[in-house]
Design a protein. Structure first.
Length: 483
């Protein structure tokens, strides 16, 4: 079949002013394809199974795990609710399968703020915001336009160990029955590496407090659990974000299989060139072949196959360690720093308190341990302080919570996992995302509070008093941009 350009997949390139379109052929949604143990190597891959998208750092590439052509005619791209939205409204191929504030502002201008992504249900700062005029819509959707965040409305659980005792909401809406939580949509790609679905794991825990993706399960059981979680998430997104009716099971399955078949990574760095050149293992073709299982390289020694942890697990650029090309050498140095820099990890909820250790002598890979992927290989929601009141920006709501037993209070911009479990200890906890394809999806952290990768590195340097030099910060940014 020939090439065609779909309005949802074709956007202006911010870096080069060019247009790209996605090749169209039907994508098989059979479970056997989604669970294939050995994806085909790049030399066997149909060119129509490849989608390139430029970003300020080079070129991002998406391929399919099974080598089948990409297809933009399936339910992932269809309006399945009542407000015109599809999955692709918030998971845009050209911006790393998530949202970009720059692309959103372009959509707003082209549609006068009427594109389906701009809906009061969760796109506006409050569901009651005035959207009757262009100026009103620009104000109502300011968080989406500036941070690329969607408003998630969740209540304080009935059995929670805490009460909401004060709300400072600039948009005059949030209450105990529905807190306003502003979060970045997670990428709808590289999902086979997940150990929790959604920032707070709410699609993996089913309200029971036990993750459905388990260290004790077989790989087949974990694959089934992940598919079930993604199907459930697709249904919840349709009934919530798209304000639609529940999806038929075959439609849920089609969406989950499409997502599981996607592999995305930076392919070209604007300075270093091809990221799989001269022995390096960058790019999505190598990522498609990356070994992964739940617990792999777990920092706490839970790896069911080896029982070991290798801090130098981000090894894809080791071949460039002695490169005479300065930009390649910088990427290799950043990768080495990611595993070798000793960090005194303190005050991290879900880690220090869970282990009963005041200071853990770790590295970046302590929490980003999945080899060449960068998320955690077991479900590990942690609190690194992103939601602390001291970091609150004026446009963010602030909630004061009080422990029902001790009377202790805590202020936070987002209680995180605690709104799922009701546990005081889970306040502010979120999962760590997959790190591949970072260059296409600023801003960073769940709330979009780091405008770029430099700001993200600066946060960790300050939070843990690491003491990175300026050169080390630049090398880390070069490495992260190449993922």
């Amino acid at each position: 079949m020939g090439l065609f350009c779909n309005a949802r997949l074709v956007t202006a390139s911010w870096a080069a002013g060019r247009f790209f379109c996605l090749s169209a052929i039907v994508l098989s949604i059979a479970s056997s394809a989604a669970r294939a143990k050995e994806p085909p190597r790049s030399r066997d891959r149909d060119p129509s199974a490849t989608f390139d998208s430029p970003n300020p750092e080079g070129v991002l590439r998406t391929i399919t795990m099974d080598g089948s052509p990409l297809d933009d005619r399936g339910p992932f791209f269809q309006s399945l609710g009542t407000n015109g939205r599809s999955c692709s409204s918030c998971h845009v191929a050209t911006t790393g399968w998530t949202l970009s504030p720059e692309e959103l502002r372009d959509r707003f201008d082209r549609s006068n703020g009427l594109d389906p992504v701009f809906r009061p249900v969760d796109g506006s700062n409050s569901p009651k915001a005035d959207v009757s005029s262009l100026a009103a819509r620009r104000a109502a959707y300011s968080m989406l336009l500036e941070r690329g965040v969607i408003r998630i409305g969740l209540p304080i659980p009935a059995n929670a160990e805490f009460d909401l005792v004060a709300v400072d909401d600039p948009y005059k809406y949030a209450s105990a029955s529905e807190l306003s939580l502003f979060r970045r949509p997670l990428p709808a790609t590289n999902l086979r590496f997940l150990t929790a679905v959604m920032w707070d794991g709410r699609e993996s825990y089913a309200g029971t407090g036990t993750t459905s993706i388990l260290a004790t399960a077989t790989p087949e059981q974990n694959a089934d659990a992940l598919i079930d979680d993604l199907m459930h998430q697709a249904n919840d997104a349709t009934t919530g974000h798209a304000q639609g009716a529940p999806l038929a099971q075959n439609v849920q399955s089609a969406i989950a299989m499409f997502e599981l078949n996607l592999v995305t990574a930076q392919r070209i760095d604007r300075f270093a060139g091809l990221l799989n050149a001269d022995g390096a293992l960058g790019g999505p073709e190598n990522l498609a072949e990356q070994s992964f299982y739940v617990t792999i390289n777990d920092a706490l020694g839970a790896d069911v196959q080896t029982g070991r942890f290798d801090p130098q697990s981000m090894s894809l650029f080791q071949a460039w360690t002695s490169s005479h090309a300065p930009d390649r050498a910088a990427i290799a140095r950043g990768a080495a720093l990611f595993g070798s820099t000793r960090i005194n990890i303190t005050g991290v909820g879900g880690l220090n308190d869970a282990l009963g250790v005041q200071t853990i002598r770790g590295s970046c890979t302590t929490c980003h341990d999945a080899p060449n992927v960068g998320d955690h290989s077991v479900a590990l929601p942690i609190d690194i302080g992103i939601t602390d009141a001291s970091r609150r920006a004026p446009e963010m709501p602030l909630y004061t919570l009080r422990n029902r037993t001790t009377g202790q209070t805590r202020q936070t911009t987002d209680p995180g996992r605690a709104l799922i479990t009701g546990l005081w200890k889970d306040i502010g906890k979120f999962k760590g995302p997959v790190l591949r394809g970072l260059a296409s999806r600023p801003p960073y952290f769940h709330d979009g509070s780091a405008a770029d990768l430099r700001e993200a590195v600066e946060f960790y340097d300050t939070r843990f008093t690491i003491g990175f030099t300026e050169q080390e910060k630049s090398d880390l940014v070069a490495f992260l941009s190449a993922l």
